[in-house]
Write a protein that binds this ligand. Structure first.
Ligand SMILES: CC(C)CCOP(=O)(O)OP(=O)(O)O
Ligand SMILES: [Mg+2]
Length: 240
């Protein structure tokens, strides 16, 4: 079974497979995304129950903008409706939610809801749910470089002061206590990172689940966590 003391502090998830799940059932991709929200709701609940402190999920990549407009419009509207409908539950369950990513292309109405849910839940302490929307690892590193360059240009910092800590501050990880995911789970059998968190995954344990995201639930999550708990993490060192 699971050992509470070996629970990861920060879990990251690439929720993949919604489209194939829908196709297998003769449905439209957005039916898969709708089912995907139910899967996310279950995993959030389990994280809260099992004492996982941070859950970062990949909901929409900077590279997903090339999808058909109808699917993008559905997804953006789904995010807005879900944030609104889940706000009360998140607040009741002491979950702090924040959104990371390039918000410049998001509709004003979605931005408004994002600001509201971040504000309402900002002092919650049980679980931090970070939803990456319009995010990618390369976008994150790029915006951090620009931020640091501007601070040097403004004379705020010297080039010599640029260190890993400073980069971490400029990245959009948005989590000071546990910035580095201990475990990354990707569903649907794909074996790639797909421009998700990059800097932050330096020593993250990877777990690839066969289930399509809408089918990933308690049993799949337990399997991933049990695999994690059996790993020997050396962070580049040598087992003493
Ligand atoms: C937007 C993102 C959460 C969607 C994940 O599922 P997907 O649409 O990539 O599904 P497929 O890989 O099966 O097409
Ligand atoms: Mg996919």
């Amino acid at each position: 079974g699971l050992h509470p003391e070996l629970m990861p502090k920060h879990v990251a998830v690439i929720m993949d497979g919604n489209g194939r799940w829908a196709k297998n059932k003769g449905l439209q991709p957005w039916d898969g995304h709708r089912a995907g929200v139910e899967a996310l709701r279950e995993i959030v609940e389990l994280c809260g129950k099992w004492g996982i402190q941070v859950l970062t999920v990949f909901a929409f990549s900077t590279d997903n903008w090339i999808r058909p407009k109808i699917e993008i419009d559905f997804l953006l509207n789904l995010f807005e409706r879900t944030l609104k409908s889940e706000l009360e539950t998140l607040a009741k369950n002491n979950v702090r939610i924040s959104i990371i990513g390039d918000s410049s292309k998001l509709p004003k109405s979605l931005l408004k809801v994002i600001n509201e849910v971040e504000e309402v839940t900002k002092n919650n302490t049980r679980l931090q749910l970070i939803v990456a929307v319009g995010y990618s690892g390369k976008y994150d590193v790029l915006q951090a470089c620009r931020g640091i360059a501007q601070r040097v240009k403004d004379g705020e910092i010297e080039v010599e002061e640029i260190d890993e800590k400073l980069i971490e501050q400029e990245l959009e990880t948005n989590c000071t206590e546990f910035p580095y995911p201990d475990l990354l789970i990707r569903t649907s059998g794909e074996l790639r990172v797909s421009n998700f968190l990059l800097w932050q995954l330096a020593y993250t344990e990877l777990f690839f689940a066969q289930e399509l995201w809408p089918d990933f639930g308690r049993s799949g999550f337990i399997e991933a966590l049990m695999s994690f708990q059996q790993r020997q993490r050396r962070f580049g060192g040598r087992k003493s």
